[in-house]
Design a protein around this ligand. Structure first.
Ligand code: PLP
Length: 448
């Protein structure tokens, strides 16, 4: 057995993979990724693959960026870890101050955790406890979108709207009110945009007319629902939700775990429609894709509800062991410096434009029924019959087949059902974007 074979054997014997039917693992010999080089991943046999989904949507400036590496190493020389319970450390402070500068509206307070799921879980607890402590104790529920994905913890699955997960974990979850998914091509309300006047957003008004006084917050991914299948929201949708939420005085909680840190072309997607959330969750790209870190931000309105005397017990009762880990904070600060120094957001417009133009060829393929894009986030939906909008049988696993074919063309991408996701690092060159598009086009043409 060579080294790769040995690793594969040990993987099969011991490693439980996420979201994976282990009985079928591995369907094909798995790639064991050993190195990163800018926007590329390299396996144990030295094969190079373009990282077409930014390693699950995290990589921003490319892998192993020397600047982020240096910041982590420098911090490691001084302090590996120290708690934020009763103590503080410089980089946790500086990062919180920097996030307050770049976050939309008057978000000012950062509560750290380690994953997008925990950032959402924390946001839910903060929203709930806020209302308990301002005397509106009847507020115990949330509004969220159909088919939404907000993470894997019990609270984040509850506000998530994925039927399958609710079927499996139902008894552990709490109920929330659901808004129809704003997916125009397959409009759940059978309407057409813009004549619909955003009926799917107006549904929030109906829910709040009936249940408003019981609702803590609206939870929504701004502009683009990512893991729900890359569902881009029509123009004005987010603004309408925001206006209705304000009218009924519920909290607006934006989940920017996927959309944050430049993915949509802005630092945060909320900026695209000038939304100022009360609570915002961020993770994934916060460290440039190097170390696990997440933050839940809140404005003064929310934060002030937690202030009181010791025996009032208004404290936020939450805190993970690794909350605000100094190495992760060092990585996040270095990543944010790179954003400014390299004018990442300013330069991104050319990449987004290039991506959009390149996608036109894929959109014309026989089995591509729709391409949904927001900035550098792309979903390519496949269908058996494009004209009749007839999907493939789920058992065909067409999305999976396409991404496996793309691998043979040197590109790693991921499917969400039959929607093929492209989410290249923001640092991708135009040539690399061409390669990603060409490999995806070939893969779709070969397999469908
Ligand atoms: N929220 C959104 C919008 C996400 O896309 C994800 C992950 O894909 C999460 C939350 C959960 O993040 P994590 O996987 O880091 O727990």
């Amino acid at each position: 057995m060579n080294r790769t074979e040995e690793l594969i054997q040990k993987d099969i014997n011991h490693l439980w993979h996420p979201f994976t039917q282990m009985k079928l693992w591995p369907e094909e010999p798995p790639l064991i990724i050993e190195k990163g080089d800018k926007n590329w991943l390299i396996d144990t046999d030295g094969n190079r693959y373009f990282d077409g989904v930014s390693s699950l949507w995290v990589t921003v400036h490319g892998h192993n960026h020397p600047r982020i590496k240096a910041a982590i190493k420098d911090q490691l020389e001084r302090l590996d870890h120290s708690t934020l319970l009763g103590l503080s450390h410089p980089l946790a402070v500086l990062l919180a101050a920097r996030l307050a500068e770049i976050a939309p509206g008057d978000l000012k307070w950062s509560f750290y955790s380690e994953s997008g799921s925990t950032a959402v879980e924390i946001g839910l607890k903060i929203a709930y406890q806020h209302w308990q402590q301002v005397g509106q104790t009847q507020r115990k529920t949330f509004v969220a979108l159909e088919n939404a994905y907000h993470g894997d913890t019990i609270g984040s699955v509850s506000v998530g709207g994925i039927d399958l997960f609710h079927k499996v974990y139902g008894p552990l979850l709490f109920d929330v009110h659901r808004l129809p998914q704003p997916h125009c091509r397959a409009c759940r309300l059978g309407l057409k945009y813009p004549e619909c006047d955003l009926a799917c957003a107006n549904a929030l008004d109906d829910i709040l007319e009936k249940h408003g006084p019981e609702v803590c917050a609206l939870v929504v991914e701004p502009m683009m629902q990512g893991a729900a299948g890359m569902v881009a929201q029509p123009k004005g949708y987010l603004t309408r939700l925001y206006e209705i939420a304000q009218k009924h005085d519920i909290l607006f909680m934006a989940d920017e775990v996927a959309t944050g840190f430049g993915r949509t072309g802005k630092m945060f997607a909320c900026e695209l429609e000038g939304i100022e959330p009360d609570i915002m969750c961020m993770g994934k790209g916060i460290t440039g894709g190097t170390l696990p870190l997440a933050a839940t931000m809140a404005n003064d309105r929310v934060y002030n509800a937690f202030l009181g005397d010791f025996d009032e017990f208004k404290t936020f009762f939450h805190g993970h062991t690794y909350t605000g880990n100094p190495l992760a904070c060092a990585a996040a600060l270095a990543s944010l410096e790179l954003f400014s120094e390299n004018r990442v957001l300013e330069n991104l417009a050319a990449s987004i434009d290039h991506l959009e133009k390149g996608l036109a060829k894929i959109a014309a393929l026989k089995h591509v029924v729709e391409i949904r894009r927001q900035g550098m986030m792309v979903g390519i939906e496949l269908a058996l019959d494009k004209e009749a909008d007839e999907p493939y049988e789920a058992s065909e696993r067409m999305g999976h087949k396409v991404i496996m074919a793309a691998r043979k063309h040197g590109v790693i991408i991921r499917p969400l059902g039959d929607t093929v996701i492209l989410m290249p690092p923001l640092s991708s060159t135009l040539e690399e974007l061409d390669l990603l598009l060409a490999a995806t086009e070939k893969a779709i043409s070969e397999v469908t």
